[in-house]
Write a protein that binds this ligand. Structure first.
Ligand code: ADP
Length: 474
């Protein structure tokens, strides 16, 4: 049967109690074992001392038996003396002496090879009646006769003493476990308290209250770190939410103008009777507005796709100059209308690995702007230069598009890459811009690991620069 505790507090406390219990049990066992071992060591030393005493008290009687001086028994103040078990054997293993306490039992049986020859040989064994004893054997020369003396004490009292200690500590165990469980539970509650607070606060946060933040008590600890991470998440959510709100209101605002234009053209058309030619004109201009709307919605969809990360780039390696030529061909007609010159110079062979369609879109947007915002008869210079930040082969290729238009004031150079940002509303609306060309160009360039910026051209105009990583063919 498995017990499932659902909350972390319970689980942590249980773990704590189990681990504490195991450690405590291990401690009890080792303490008892250590105590038993130490007592046995003490017993061994007592036996060695006693062996030396016994050697002085043994003697051969006139009839060749071995005996112990009697006065020895008249000093029974030592418990050890009374409990002593003693056996003396000759070199053939015949028993020469056994004290009364042994009650006819042997103390270790037959002689062992080299028993007691080198010092005091200790051995633990059980007597015939089951008593556990610690025997030490020692070879001794008694009145010029070599004998082996075996001396032992029962280890039963030591075992009982250790068992007593074990019993005592085991009695303490449940009390210790209850105390540990209680302390552990309180500790876990204290530790998890900030987590509860965080959960409560996070629950209260709604789309309208995204500006609320979780208080960070100690940024150094795990919970503080978590609060920081959650705050970061809230920050990003708030930013995205605000961006979305701005985007929605921008889009609705932008859609209103062309829709109003379609509506007013339609209304004018319906006000009175017209000939077929006039109706064709009216429908034509309505379709023009609808085409603009479609283009804008397409661009918005591309931006939305790009920002959600749903676009998969189809990368191939090609010479950037080829793409520039393609772009120039696209805007060439518009430039011709305005009698503008498009001059292209630079490295023909610089290669990039990119999604051709998206990079082309970025390039055409920039070229289209240059044509749109430059005066008639001006020159638009497009140059392509490889570059590097360190000696060696080129790391990037820089594409610069320079026009002779009004340029972009320094204060607006960052913002022109924001959606729907236009410098001169009236002028750009006339020229058909929605303020979406540069944001999409920026996305396309950055998606390829490049960057885009704008600076002022001299004496007038703007220079849009795109830097893209270049590739070398081996
Ligand atoms: P639009 O479709 O309005 O051109 P963009 O995102 O391409 O939108 O450009 C944003 C704004 O930046 C434009 O409305 C225009 O005011 C300004 N701009 C872009 N390119 C140029 C340029 N080459 N010269 C002067 N202003 C420019």
């Amino acid at each position: 049967m498995s017990i499932r505790i659902r909350n972390i507090r319970g689980r942590l406390t249980l773990w704590y109690v189990v681990i504490f219990g195991l450690l405590f049990a291990a401690y009890i066992c080792s303490a008892c074992f250590l105590q038993y071992w130490q007592l046995k060591q003490q017993l061994y030393h007592a036996e060695v001392q006693d062996m030396e005493t016994v050697q002085g008290l043994l003697y051969f009687t006139a009839d060749g038996r071995v005996s112990l001086h009697e006065e020895y028994f008249n000093r029974p103040e030592s418990r050890l003396l009374l409990d002593r078990l003693l056996e003396v054997l000759d070199s053939n293993g015949h028993v020469l002496f056994r004290n009364r306490k042994l009650d006819g039992n042997t103390l270790g049986g037959r002689l062992l090879p080299d028993e007691g020859v080198n010092g005091f040989t200790p051995r633990s064994l059980r007597l015939a009646d089951g008593t556990p004893v610690l025997v030490i054997s020692h070879a001794h020369v008694l009145q010029e006769t070599p004998v082996l003396i075996r001396l032992a004490y029962s280890t039963e009292p030591l075992r009982l003493q250790s068992l007593q200690l074990l019993g005592l500590l085991t009695l303490v165990l449940p009390i210790a476990l209850i105390a540990a469980g209680f302390a552990g539970y309180r500790f876990v509650i204290r530790v998890l308290d900030p987590l509860e607070q965080m959960a409560g606060l996070t629950e209260r946060i709604t789309a309208r209250r995204l500006n609320e933040r979780i208080p960070v008590k100690n940024p150094e600890d795990e919970l503080g770190h978590m609060a920081l991470v959650l705050n970061g998440l809230l920050e990003r959510l708030q930013e995205s939410f605000e961006q979305l709100q701005r985007f929605t209101s921008d889009v609705s605002h932008e859609l209103r103008t062309p829709l109003a234009a379609v509506r007013s053209v339609g209304e004018v058309g319906l006000q009175e009777e017209h000939d077929a030619e006039k109706y064709r004109d009216i429908i034509g201009s309505m379709l023009e507005e609808v085409a603009k709307l479609t283009a804008m919605i397409d661009t918005l969809l591309t931006i939305a796709h790009a920002e959600s990360g749903a676009i998969q780039l189809q990368q191939t390696t090609f010479a950037l100059m080829d793409l520039v030529q393609e772009g120039v061909a696209v805007v060439g007609v518009l430039a011709e209308d305005k009698k503008q010159t498009l001059s292209v110079t630079g490295d023909q062979g610089a290669l990039v690995c990119a999604d051709r369609a998206f990079l082309r879109m970025a390039l055409v947007n920039l070229l289209d702007n240059a044509v749109k915002y430059s005066p008639s008869g001006s020159t638009i210079r497009i140059s392509l230069q490889p570059g590097s930040t360190s000696p060696g082969p080129p790391e990037f290729v820089e594409l610069a598009i320079q026009d002779e238009g009004p340029g972009i004031p320094e204060a607006a150079r960052q913002r022109v890459f924001d959606r729907f940002y236009r410098l001169d509303e009236a002028r750009t609306r006339d020229s058909g811009g929605f303020g979406l060309g540069l944001p999409i160009a920026k996305w396309a360039v950055e998606a390829h690991g490049g960057n885009i910026d704008v600076k002022a051209a001299l004496p007038a105009g703007a220079i849009f620069c795109i830097k893209l990583p270049t590739v070398q063919l081996l």
